[in-house]
Design a binder for this molecule. Sequence first.
Ligand SMILES: C[S@@+](CC[C@H](N)C(=O)[O-])C[C@H]1O[C@@H](n2cnc3c(N)ncnc32)[C@H](O)[C@@H]1O
Length: 343
Amino acid sequence: MSDMTESLDRAWQHREPLVASLAAEETDSYRLFHGATEGCPGLNIDRYGGLVFVQSFYEELNEPSRRDIGAFFEERFGGEMIYKDRSRREHGKEQDSSRSPSENREFICREGGTKYVVYPDHKGLDPGLFLDTRAARRVIRERACGQTVLNLFAYTCSLGMSAQLGGAREVTHLDFSRTHLDMGRRNASLNGLDEEGAKYIVSDYFPAIRQFAGLPIKSRSRPDPRSGKKQFHLPSFPSLQKEQFDQVLLDPPPWSKTFFGTVDLTNDYQSVFKPALLATKPGGVLFCTNNVAKVTLEDWRGMLFRCAEKAGRPIRECEFLTPESDFPSPDDQQPLKMVSLLV
Ligand SMILES: C[S@@+](CC[C@H](N)C(=O)[O-])C[C@H]1O[C@@H](n2cnc3c(N)ncnc32)[C@H](O)[C@@H]1O
């Protein structure tokens, strides 16, 4: 048995109880191999239904290793393997899809019986469904009945769609990428969800959330983030009414810079957190994530409490969630931190 096959076998055995319980709830999408903590840093292997999606981030995977991976999972569930070498990719920039979904290969996978479409050729690192937020989708669905929900940085709408499936009264998805929201619409129609129950707003985060929160939109000139030249007029943005929601879902990327502001989860979580907090009804729930590994849970928790106190909306209760066991973390320091805040 090769070293690669041995590592895959260990990871598979570790997952057997989880995979059995996921299969019982009609979930066929999970991480098969989490290289960072399973002996091969930079190698991730995910299952999305019939797709075995292999990505290497530090170096190109050699031919024998690719063959071993293909053969190992072919024997277990007959998945089609697609490999992406990400080692030469420029990191740290949030990018929109370069190709429209219709030009890409697509696979349909399931989580808790819900169907999701995934595109392995999508330009981003994720093909359309973040697997480590499964625990969040579970909880959001259980607690959404009758609520109004705002899904910020919606991407393919998985968190907000879980709320709609859980009986939310109305879900508003917000993202600056029309391509991502169109993928979300496709997910909703795959699951027979009512068009009336959801709104899709294509907008930058900052002007949209500040309008919901009743805060002014900063209009001072800003340098063009690409050319560095002064930009005197902000691009246009949709006009929205001030509104508070029963549940607000805040799952931002680690970093993103536009004319309207910077999302920087390492140095300035407050700038995204405070307006989202003010757009949450008193007594409502604000669900937040931070997936920057070097930000510790303790530091992030402290910042959230201080910021909420200062904004006059103190946190009454908080409940942390962790990714499920297909994302093993022997030191309990998960890069992805998730918390549900009663505010
Ligand atoms: C990490 S994904 C969010 C994951 C998503 N919540 C989910 O459950 O799958 C980041 C998303 O934020 C969007 N985004 C990044 N910067 C943005 C901004 N300034 N305004 C609006 N959307 C933004 C991207 O288009 C992308 O869809």
